[in-house]
Design a protein. Structure first.
Length: 152
């Protein structure tokens, strides 16, 4: 038996999001709103990875994700790699970068923050990389990324 057999079929055209932190693919799928898509989508959860131990992967046929979507994915899984496929060939492959400024995607955990009292859109800035930490523009409180909720 060949142990190098692919567990997930290749796609002809589209985007592969590889090296997603294990257990985070469903959150990434929510960001991309792929549940409402007619495109062929493959999700791999808790797959073995030489690089990470375990990882998730998403393959989306006939769709290239936007820079804003990539920035959002970076908040959830900064280890993710984007691969653009055309005619079964890799056209581009790159790691995603955590954005320095994040607008409208994070709900501030501070119940006294103006964003939770009035109709004000949230603004956060990156405050630390390892572990990922963000600071609210309005109340100036810092939070680890695991402490915040996302709004997509």
């Amino acid at each position: 038996m060949n142990k190098e057999k692919l567990k997930v079929d290749p796609i002809k055209n589209g985007t592969v999001i590889d090296h997603i932190i294990a257990g985070k693919a469903l959150q990434v799928a929510e960001i991309l709103n792929i549940g409402n898509s007619d495109n062929e989508i493959m999700l791999g959860l808790n797959l073995l990875s030489r690089k990470m131990g375990k990882k998730d992967i998403i393959k989306i046929e006939n769709r290239e994700i936007t820079k804003q979507e990539a920035n959002s994915i970076a908040l959830i899984s900064p280890t993710a790699t984007l691969i653009i496929i055309n005619e079964y060939k890799v056209i581009k492959k790159f790691g995603i970068v955590i954005p320095k400024k994040i607008k409208n995607h994070i709900v501030c955990p501070n119940s006294n923050c103006i964003t939770n009292i009035e109709q004000v859109k949230t603004k956060f800035e990156l405050a630390g990389n390892n572990p990922i930490e963000v600071r609210c523009f309005y109340c100036e409180k810092k939070y680890y990324i695991e402490e915040v909720k996302f709004s997509f």
